[in-house]
Design a protein around this ligand. Structure first.
Ligand code: FAD
Length: 298
């Protein structure tokens, strides 16, 4: 593996100072579940690594005035098992479906958003909710809505000397339900396609609001606005759900690769969206529904 000088930051301010002093090629390391594999393959060669794992307070998960706040270092497994996150089922679906136990025990929500991998699950799940990313740099703190945070594949608005310190998620209103689903070849790989659906129902029937996000089928997660419009102010009958799934398929921009052909992924998107709408609607009506990922051959 490509080795790099290692610095342990004791505070957010020290991490930022080190990033400034060590220059543009220095990188923060959190769970190391994206950066270390890239370094092993020599696709990343940071001049220095700044370990933020010992910065106090960065791992907290707490409910605060209608929001759930995640410290940047909250691990996927901690989110999966957190009671604060359990109030928003889409968060648990996402955390529980990422890779395998080893990756979930190390990988962080902040690292996942900062990496901006087009196949990453958090970018998709959190876009279905009202999410803000809290960043800290030499100029102090700024809050960036998630839709503005990820600019392109592997590209965010973060400056080289800025770090993610927290992720804030608004708890959806009463009558809401969501689901995050992915189709995978096996557990420790990224999904072939994924979707996050968040619905708000009126009187447990009519769909008042819908958010439908597609993952792994574009350079960033895609908000399928026409699919959302196919459900908004409508009943969730078979015809409208089919129209939403068709619109989601049309919004996808998949590429053929080792995970499947573009046509195959487009079909997957339609099926996942249809299934996620069903689970989200049942949850919005107060049912407790499991939403496990789909695995090839199962
Ligand atoms: C085998 C395997 C399978 C995986 N499968 C999935 C999957 O199915 N779905 C999925 O979503 N992910 C998957 N992952 C990725 C995993 O979720 C990672 O945890 C995540 O992508 C990165 O988080 P990390 O904390 O490990 O970040 P790191 O690897 O430590 O860092 C990643 C990048 O983000 C930067 N960074 C990290 N933290 C911060 C911060 N607080 N502020 C600013 N920059 C920061 C680093 O400098 C680096 O550039 C998989 C990983 C592996 C190894």
């Amino acid at each position: 593996m490509y080795a790099a000088p290692f610095h342990r930051a004791a505070s957010i301010q020290e991490a930022v100072k080190l990033l400034q002093e060590l220059g543009e090629e220095a990188r923060v390391i959190a769970g190391g579940q994206s950066l270390i594999p890239l370094m092993k393959m020599r696709m990343a060669r940071p001049a220095a690594l700044i370990d933020i794992n010992f910065v106090p307070g960065l791992s907290e998960i707490k409910a605060v005035k209608g929001e759930v706040h995640f410290g940047a270092l909250a691990r996927h497994a901690e989110i999966e098992n957190s009671t604060a996150a359990a109030t928003v089922p889409i968060l648990q679906d996402c955390a529980a479906g990422i890779a395998d136990v080893q990756v979930r025990n190390q990988g962080t929500i902040g690292g996942s958003l900062a990496e901006a991998d087009p196949s990453g699950d958090w970018g998709t799940a959190l876009l279905a909710l009202d999410t803000s990313v809290i960043c800290f740099g030499p100029g102090g703190q700024r809050t960036v809505p998630l839709e503005d945070f990820i600019k392109d594949a592997y590209t965010t608005v973060l400056a080289h000397d800025e770090i993610v310190t927290a992720v804030h998620v608004k708890i959806p209103p009463k009558g809401s339900g969501g689901a995050h689903l992915a189709f995978k070849r096996c557990a420790p790989v990224y999904p072939t396609a994924s979707t996050s659906v968040q619905l708000t129902l009126e009187d447990r029937g009519m769909c008042k609001d819908a958010r439908i996000i597609l993952g792994c089928v574009g350079l960033t997660a895609i908000r399928a606005k026409e699919a959302e419009a196919a459900l908004r102010d409508k009943t969730l009958d078979e015809k409208n759900v089919r129209a939403a799934a068709d619109a989601a398929q049309a919004a996808a921009e998949p590429q053929s690769d080792m995970r499947g052909s573009a046509d195959y992924k487009r079909i997957l998107v339609g099926a996942l969206v249809k299934r996620a709408i069903g689970i989200a609607a049942r949850r919005a009506r107060g049912e407790s529904v499991e939403a496990a990922h789909e695995y090839a051959g199962r």
